[in-house]
Design a protein around this ligand. Structure first.
Ligand SMILES: *Cc1c(COP(=O)(O)O)cnc(C)c1O
Length: 414
């Protein structure tokens, strides 16, 4: 390979984030390049869940007054600095799909009577479009798609904004890894009298995000990818401070009520970010996430970004000579224009190559059509891990291993 193992090890010696790896439980024989789908387990998360189990056993319902009930706001405040938000601007709740629905209703509800127009981007993670369609269908609104491929161009976005009330955009595209300029796009959308809901699924914990500095008013994101909250960990909503009291959000449940335990007949939204909660959450999954977020509070996000880009570059450098001979197209954007992943396309063999890698303990993922995705998570991957993963990739191709029939069998979750 063009890059030597010694040079990868030298990068590890100079890595300011190297010690975080010890704080994760990772199987010995696995090189995990799928932290962009499900983050690895922090050791502290296992301990925190065990403690919450004890608390449930010993304190029973008293637990709700011992930190369970206000966990959505407390965790929101822990998360806020990681995404450039302020105190009281983030609440951890529900999942991205529901949170987009809530924000769509909240924003369109402010804009007077009559149907609104919702714009989703083609090529985004499908649930963002699906929920916008469901919202529009049942609310008498119009849903449109921003055509895929046009979606990164400021000018075409402008052409597509006529009459639009709210647009849902990902900061980092889940397939290509392309990173949008959040500040410029937010300005453009606002200048057209529309609002934007930013989806941070592939940017929160992947790179420094600056919601306040970008002028963003609304955002959602999940915590089970780069933020290591665990399977099914709750998502979050960000609403900029001055925009938290504009009306109801449509999933007006008791936990979003101004006085939930008054048990009033009529709904009255809480006067702050709590308005975006719905109903009862799981104290267990919140405790796992809280342990992870406490660790994130120690992370220098600029060091994280530097390492993330260096790792994805190392992976590509190790493999660059193979792409042409094997018919693989590297669609990874340039360093300043990507999130924390490498995206390679092989429509014929991509699925089988990823399965052959998984059989060797190198876990990436495959997304139709033809996309091999490798996520780089600086807290628990070393440069040597990246080098070894690339070595396996090379061996899978050069040996022809991926042609074995067993690597062409599909299961439910890919
Ligand atoms: C992962 C992801 C989601 C997941 O949505 P959930 O409702 O939390 O399951 C949504 N949008 C994007 C862009 C994603 O990458």
């Amino acid at each position: 390979m063009a890059v030597t193992l010694d040079s990868a090890r030298e990068l590890d010696r100079q890595d300011p984030l190297a010690t975080f790896k010890e704080r994760f439980a990772l199987p010995e024989d696995v090189l995990y390049l799928d932290g962009n789908s499900l983050g690895a387990q922090p050791l502290a998360a296992r301990k925190a869940v065990a403690e919450t189990m004890d608390q449930w056993r010993d304190d029973l319902i008293k637990g709700w007054n011992q930190g369970w009930f206000d966990a959505p706001e407390r965790l929101g405040n822990l998360l806020a600095p990681v995404i450039g938000a302020g105190e009281g601007e983030v609440v951890v709740t529900d999942n991205i799909t529901l949170n987009i629905f809530k924000l769509l209703g909240y924003i369109i509800g402010q804009r007077g009577d009559g149907g609104g127009v919702v714009l989703s981007e083609g090529g985004n993670f499908p649930t963002d479009g699906y929920i916008a369609q469901g919202f529009s269908r049942f609310g008498g609104h119009e849903h449109r798609f921003l055509p895929e491929g046009e979606s990164l161009e400021g000018e075409s976005l402008e052409a597509n904004l006529a009459g639009v009330d709210v647009v849902v955009l990902s900061q980092v595209n889940y397939r290509t890894g392309a990173l949008r300029d959040m500040a410029a796009t937010t300005r453009l959308v606002h200048a057209h009298g529309a609002e934007v809901i930013w989806d941070l699924a592939h940017s929160a914990g992947a790179l420094p995000v600056d919601l306040n500095g970008s002028g963003a008013r609304y955002a959602v994101g999940c915590t089970y990818k780069y933020l290591n909250g665990g399977p099914g960990a709750p998502a979050f909503i960000y609403v900029q401070r001055d925009n938290q009291r504009h009306g109801w959000q449509p999933l007006s449940g008791w936990h979003g009520h101004a006085v939930p335990f008054a048990f009033d007949e009529d709904y009255e939204p809480a006067g702050d970010i709590t308005r975006f909660r719905t109903g009862t959450h799981s104290a267990l999954v919140y405790s796992a996430l809280e342990a992870s977020l406490a660790m994130w509070a120690e992370v220098d996000m600029h060091a994280l970004r530097t390492k993330s880009l260096a790792m994805s570059e190392l992976f590509r450098d190790c493999l660059a000579d193979l792409f042409d001979p094997y018919g693989i197209t590297d669609i990874t954007p340039a360093a300043g224009e990507r999130g924390s992943q490498v995206s390679l396309i092989d429509t014929e063999h991509g699925f089988a190559i990823v399965q052959a890698l998984i059989a060797r303990g190198v876990i990436g993922d495959y997304r139709e059509p033809g996309l091999m995705r490798f996520g780089f998570t600086p807290l628990y991957l070393s440069f040597e891990d990246v080098w070894q993963a690339a070595r396996h990739f090379r061996e899978v191709l050069e040996s022809g291993e991926y042609r074995q029939p067993r690597f062409n069998v599909r299961s439910a979750v890919t």
